[in-house]
Ligand binder design. Sequence first.
Ligand SMILES: CSC[C@H]1O[C@@H](n2cnc3c(O)ncnc32)[C@H](O)[C@@H]1O
Ligand code: ZN
Length: 451
Amino acid sequence: MAYPVKIDTLLEARWIIPVEPNGMVLRDHAIAIDKGLIQAILPAAEAQSRFSPSERVVLGNHALIPGLVNLHIHAAMSLMRGMADDLPLMEWLHNHIWPAETRHVDAGFVFDGTRLACAEMLRGGITCFNDMYFFPEASAEAVLASGMRAAMGMIIIDFPTAYASDADDYLAKGLALRDKYNHHPLLSFCFAPHAPYTVSDKVFASVLTYAEQLDLPVHIHLHETDDEITNGLKTTGVRPIERLHKLGLLGPNLIAVHMVHLNSDEIGLMAQQGCSVAHCPSSNLKLASGLAPIAALLDKGINVGLGTDGAASNNRLDMFEEMRFAALLAKGRSGRADTLPAWQALQMATLNGAKALGLGALTGSLIAGKAADITAVDFSSLELAPCYDPVSHLVYAAGREHVSHVWVNGKMLLEDGELTTLNEQELLLRAEFWRDQITDGMKFNDPESGS
Ligand SMILES: CSC[C@H]1O[C@@H](n2cnc3c(O)ncnc32)[C@H](O)[C@@H]1O
Ligand SMILES: [Zn+2]
């Protein structure tokens, strides 16, 4: 008989839901992990005789799923959660968020805010996120402190900020960051021009040149509100999607965020060009932007992933909530209960996000050879009983409070609900500190406060 093979970790669980192939649920199986990678998935009894793990984790009433992929977030905005609620996008941005960003956002803010967001996301089973924010070098340090996987946005916005003076400066800073971490096992990069209404044609042309040269995704807010389209038509003569098409930006590397207001020609064009969409249902509802036509996008074969957007417009970084909202809203909008079934919502929250980021060979599903980015969901609570179908429960009944363990690249970052890399108490103190800074800034701005 052959000797057992030494490995780092053996995870045994009641259910393993690999997502690829879709619809498969494995009962009483185990995942063998070594050097950060999934080595094999096989029946638990067989795994026990074949492998000799340094660590064995037995999760008798849990489902193991691929770590959730948050396809659109401004992580550091966790520090602005609840700062400006119940406002439409443009009023929210111009009168509240941009003034606060001008006044308070620096590298320290971004480091603390991103760590806070990482802590929240890890507790909710998210292993990878696609970030778009100022001072991405500070976000990258926060990501590395947490052990998560992230796509860092090389942001470009056509106005000066404390981070960069002009479009060339934004691009140079983003590219320098990418050079610093190129080939890092946990970090990847996306160009992140903010939106059609804040980026000029000339700057889009530079972004396209670099994106093609480096074969990197381009991550942009697009067709989020009706006003964006009306104003775009007025200022450029065409709708924003048509403008980006003319500029050559539509293609398999494009991650279009929101995509709420679309006509059927635009849906056809996005499909034909192979673009991906980041659907952010909670943010679209809270800012009253509208309901994205997700069933129509999926019918055309468009790759749709899910995002939380920032905590200032959501106000949770909770992909369980996004899965449930996505499934329910798509049914409500299409008038068909079979639109966006649970398995498809789970696929959107995992594999589709990974594919959009160009990380489909690395994460997003549980198969041998991919990174061990894994989330364990505990089905012991009474609100998850009885269980006929674990995939149904994951989307329609479970919440982030049921996440017990998380691994990224084979490393356990959440153990029985406890973070292993980030210090919760310190993050709470830093959050209070920044809340006090922002509140003082608001008093200073408010003539009625007398200061
Ligand atoms: C250039 S860093 C990102 C920039 O985007 C702002 N932002 C946050 N949420 C949204 C949204 O839903 N639409 C448009 N812009 C958004 C954020 O405050 C930063 O300024
Ligand atoms: Zn956003």
